[in-house]
Ligand binder design. Sequence first.
Ligand code: ATP
Ligand code: MG
Ligand code: FE
Length: 333
Amino acid sequence: ELILAIESSCDETSVAVIEDGNQILSNIVASQINSHKRFGGVVPEVASRHHVEQIIGCIDEALKEADVTVEDLGAVGVTYGPGLVGALLIGITAAKSFAWANDLPLIPVNHMAGHIYAASFVSDMTFPAMALLVSGGHTELVYMKEHGSFEIIGETRDDACGEAYDKVGRVLGLKYPSGKEIDQMAHIGKDSYHFPRAMMKEDNFDFSFSGLKSSFINLVHNAEQRDEVLDNHDLAASFQASVIEVLVTKTMRACKEYNVKQLIVAGGVAANQGLRSALEASVTAELTEVELVVPPLRLCGDNAAMIGAAAFIEAKKGHFASWDLNAKPSVTL
Ligand code: ATP
Ligand code: MG
Ligand code: FE
């Protein structure tokens, strides 16, 4: 069965054609990042306008690259939230019109479920599973006892992990989004500044990144006032060491407590090389029974392929949308 999937929750317009939930026939991603860079973040109005301009072309391209026609499709999947309301509405409107005109069922997909289901292109999901969901707007540990079942067992109390990367990057004078660049700098520097590891010893699965961000900003500003020069690579390495130690420690603990068979890492920050290798090392050392599933880099950031994979599961469960499907900007899993 072929699903045409549409994603427009933030700053990438993406359309994919997915076969049986786990094969990518095409996955077109039109990023707007160059239009947002000069503002240091995503500007909602700019995002919506880009989606309007890109969406039709992306649909055509996705069908062409997959070498299929509309008649071959079985359903249309679309992200309905969470995300920017104006951005979501462009994708939803396109998906509804396309599905209505071609007499296809419409499948509503939660963007965060999509991030998790990027894993299904790597390996079959086996349950129970734990997902570490780390992105620009979310940091969560999600327990899954079966397909489509999500229990958030812990989450950030303040900033999301990717958000912390982007804010710290701004202080270092890096361009938005700065996660990838900090990751690269961190490999050159060393953890010489020893930032705090928030909530690591607390008996829960929650996270906090705003204290780390404040420590970082204070250190840099105090140094500036004293005309001291800090090593940016060491700053990046120290920041990243704190983030990774907390994420890995709590994730390992969650996997043990919930006795999972699989650990899925998902979301934009799952592209982090330091995090990927630290998790791999810990799983190999401590959780020999657990399969670590990490999507390839191009499927960590926002894309429609992951939405198609999640849509396939929703359809199997009989979850379809009616024609009055609306955007839900702050829906949770
Ligand atoms: P959400 O999925 O929560 O709605 P989003 O869709 O905006 O938010 P994603 O696209 O999943 O977020 O991820 C983007 C985030 O990932 C940005 O904050 C970016 O800095 C971060 N990121 C990307 N690559 C890396 C990396 N290698 N290391 C750390 N962070 C990274
Ligand atoms: Mg993005
Ligand atoms: Fe995302």
